[in-house]
Design a protein around this ligand. Structure first.
Ligand code: DON
Length: 361
C-alpha cells in the first residue's frame, strides 16, 4: 500500500499504540509525529583528497563533514612517505581525527534547527588554520573512563554495491543499538529504534571557560522544522546527530570505491583508516580493510590490540602519560573497489571483524 500505510495508516496506528501502551516504558509518540515525518533527499558533502573526489553523508550525520575535515588536515602531510604504524604517522593521523571531532562536537547537529558552517569546515583553508592544533593528546584518564562507560558493541548495517554499468551505492542503516528500544510492534515483525541516545544528554557544553547550549540537545520546546515547514502538524522532530559515513570515492569522474561501517562514533575513524590505507598506502581492498586500526574520537588514541603489539613504542607513549587505549577490534567495514577501471575489475572486502560477506554476481 505504499509508504502512506507506514506513516499514517494502520501500521502507524499500531506503532503509536504500542509505544503509548507499553507496560514497561510508555512513550509520548503521537500519530502526527509519524505522519509529518519526511525522508529527505540531501545533497552529499564533497571534497577532494589527493586527487580523489570524496562524497559523504551531510547533516544530520556528522560523518561526511568530520571525515572531510580530517582528510584535508591529512592532505597537508606526505603520509605516503611515512611508516604506516610509525610514531609520526600515528601522531598526525590521530590528531587530525581529534581536531575533526572537536569541531564536530561544537558545530554539528540537525541543520533544520542549527546553522552549520559546513563549507567552512570542509574547506582547505580551514584545515590550514587548524593545523596548529596538532599535538600529542593531553586528555586525562578520567575523561577516557567517562567515555568508556558509553562504548558499546552495538551494531548498525552497511552495504556497498557496484554494478557493471558503473553505478555505485553506499548505504548505512540503523535502529541504533541491538534490538533498538527492544519494542516489537505486535503482528508487524519489526523492532522500534532507540535513536534518542544519539542526542546530547547534557543541555550545555563547556566551551573554553564558557558554558554554551549544546547544539545536539533535544529541543525543549517544539519548533517547526525547516524540512517540513509546509506541514502544519509538523512541530519538533529534531533529528539526532549521527556518525554514519556511507562514502563514495571517485577518481577522474569515475567510481573508485564505496565503503562504510557500523560503530557509532567509531565509524568516522574506521572509514578514515581504510581511505588512507587505499589512497596513501596503496593497499589492496583486503589489506586496507584487514589492517589494524587506530582512531581518535577527541579523548585519546584508541588502538586495536594488534596495532599496539606491533609497535612497542606505543607503550612508551603510555608511560609518558599519553592516552593510548588498547581495544578489541572495532568496526565492520564493507568495501567495493575498482581495481582496474579499463577492464572493469571490481574487488570487494568484508571486515573480518564482523559478520558480512562479499559477493560477486
Ligand atoms: O552515530 C551514529 O551514527 C549511530 N547512531 C549509528 C548507529 C550505530 O552505528 C550503532 N552502533 N553503535
Amino acid at each position: 500500500q505504499g509508504p502512506a500505510v507506514f506513516n499514517r495508516g494502520i501500521i502507524a496506528r499500531n506503532i503509536v499504540q504500542n509505544v503509548r501502551e507499553s507496560p514497561l516504558h510508555p512513550g509520548v509518540l503521537v500519530l502526527a509525529d509519524l505522519s509529518s515525518y519526511r525522508a529527505c533527499l540531501r545533497t552529499p558533502v564533497s571534497g577532494s583528497y589527493r586527487g580523489y573526489q570524496i562524497y559523504g553523508m551531510p547533516p544530520p550525520s556528522s560523518g561526511g563533514i568530520a571525515a572531510l575535515e580530517a582528510l584535508n588536515l591529512l592532505e597537508r602531510y606526505p603520509l605516503e612517505d611515512l611508516i604506516r604504524e610509525g610514531e609520526t604517522f600515528v601522531r598526525i593521523f590521530s590528531q587530525a581525527q581529534r581536531i575533526a571531532f572537536m569541531d564536530r562536537k561544537h558545530c554539528l547537529a540537525d541543520a533544520d534547527f542549527v546553522d552549520i558552517p559546513r563549507s567552512k569546515l570542509i574547506s582547505k583553508k580551514w584545515a590550514r588554520s587548524r593545523m596548529r592544533l596538532i599535538r600529542h593528546s593531553s586528555s586525562t584518564r578520567e575523561e577516557i573512563a567517562r567515555r568508556l562507560g558509553l562504548a558499546g558493541n552495538e551494531r548498525t548495517s552497511h552495504i556497498s554495491i557496484m554494478d557493471a554499468l558503473g553505478n555505485a551505492l553506499a548505504m548505512t542503516t540503523t535502529i541504533e543499538h541491538y534490538f533498538g528500544s527492544a519494542m516489537v510492534v505486535p503482528g508487524r515483525g519489526f523492532v522500534l529504534n532507540n535513536e534518542l541516545t544519539d542526542f546530547d544528554a547534557e543541555p550545555h557544553r563547556a566551551f573554553g571557560r564558557r558554558r554554551v547550549p549544546s547544539l545536539n540537545r533535544v529541543e525543549s520546546e517544539r519548533k517547526p522544522r525547516r524540512t517540513a515547514v509546509d506541514i502544519p502538524a509538523s512541530l519538533g522532530g529534531k533529528r539526532p546527530l549521527s556518525s554514519m559515513s556511507p562514502t563514495l570515492v571517485f577518481k577522474d569522474g569515475k567510481p573508485y570505491a564505496s565503503l562504510g561501517s557500523p560503530g557509532g562514533t567509531q565509524i568516522i575513524g574506521v572509514v578514515l583508516n581504510v581511505l588512507v590505507n587505499l589512497i596513501d598506502f596503496h593497499m589492496s581492498a583486503e589489506e586496507a580493510v584487514h589492517a589494524p586500526r587506530l582512531i581518535h574520537r577527541g579523548q585519546g588514541i584508541e588502538v586495536e590490540e594488534e596495532f599496539f603489539r606491533n609497535n612497542p613504542w606505543m607503550a612508551t607513549w603510555q608511560s609518558k602519560g599519553i592516552l593510548v587505549e588498547v581495544r578489541e577490534p572495532f568496526g565492520d567495514l564493507q568495501l567495493v573497489l575498482v581495481e582496474n577501471p579499463e577492464e572493469g575489475w571490481l574487488s570487494g572486502a568484508s571486515d573480518p571483524r564482523g559478520e558480512g560477506t562479499t559477493q560477486g554476481i
